[in-house]
Unconditional design. Structure first.
Length: 290
């Protein structure tokens, strides 16, 4: 059966009297010496999607650059030791009462031991009711099985998906098989982005070829983590599809708005700058539960 989901109906509600602590607290682990910009793109997108508070865990030089571009964020300096950094990130999540956690943009390749530490961190955060968005290099964590359903949203492009779940011959069939195997919510990037959870799947209708540009995925991760954090805590786990699908729709809508102005010169930052206008638009997502 196909159900029409109105965008305004799945957009997180914001009470007129809300304060910043009630509008989503998002923790992010992103950025490295080679790719500091990924942290800036992810944090800026999280704010532009409505998060009230955003916290970036990163090496000090990445934090210095990110705060220059986004002075609203709160920094958590890392040591470069995955064991210590995992402990510091969890301590920050409890101190600042994070609602969601984003890991992966711009981290660079991770060795086996680092993957194990961050995989354990994801479980620890989830046990503390903090679900995670896993993107880019951190998707290597997904090779280690998760014990609970829908505890994370995975956001691979086709290359990353193939490394995790095998070659793709048919996108929808591959996605549904991967979702059944992983029992997590998966967003498969590309033209007509696909999103699947335990109960069904959707195909995103927005976006354009101009969005095939560096950093666009980092922006998407920031949007999804921000939206997921804005749902009520008691409903958050059950709304992983809504967060991922709405994130893809807003990302694509902002990209369509940017493309009208920049055409082939569109950059990931242009997508972020059009998120405010995208949030004023409405439309539908088709959800298939067959």
């Amino acid at each position: 059966m196909t159900v029409q989901k109105k965008i305004s109906d799945i957009l997180p509600h914001r009470a007129p009297h809300a304060h910043k602590g009630q509008c989503g607290r998002v923790g992010i682990l992103a950025g490295s010496h080679a790719m500091p910009g990924a942290a800036m793109l992810t944090t800026k997108a999280a704010f532009r999607s409505g998060a009230g508070l955003v916290y970036l865990a990163a090496p000090q030089h990445v934090l210095d650059m990110a705060i220059m571009h986004t002075p609203e964020l709160i920094g958590i300096p890392l040591t470069g030791n995955p064991s210590q950094d995992s402990q510091d990130i969890f301590a920050a999540s409890q101190k600042y009462q994070w609602d969601t956690f984003i890991i992966g943009p711009g981290l660079g390749p991770m060795d086996t031991k680092t993957c194990e530490h961050y995989h354990a961190l994801i479980h620890t955060l989830y046990d503390a009711t903090i679900p995670s968005v896993i993107d880019a290099d951190a998707l290597a964590i997904a090779k280690i099985a998760f014990k609970k359903d829908n505890m994370v949203i995975l956001t691979p492009h086709e290359g990353e998906f193939s490394r995790l779940f095998g070659n793709i011959s048919d996108r929808k069939s591959a996605l549904l098989a991967a979702q059944k195997k992983s029992r997590q919510t998966i967003l498969l990037k590309g033209k007509n982005t696909l999103i699947a959870d335990t109960y069904g799947y959707s195909i995103n209708p927005t976006g354009n070829a101009g969005m095939a540009t560096a950093g666009a995925g980092d922006v998407l991760s920031g949007i999804i983590g921000s939206l997921w954090a804005q749902y009520a805590p008691e409903n958050r786990q059950s709304l992983s599809w809504e967060a991922a699908a709405l994130g893809a729709w807003l990302h694509g809508t902002a990209g369509d708005l940017a493309y009208q102005k920049k055409q082939r010169g569109l950059t990931a930052s242009d997508i972020t700058e059009n998120l405010g206008e995208a949030l004023t638009h409405n439309g539908y997502m088709e959800y298939h539960d067959d």
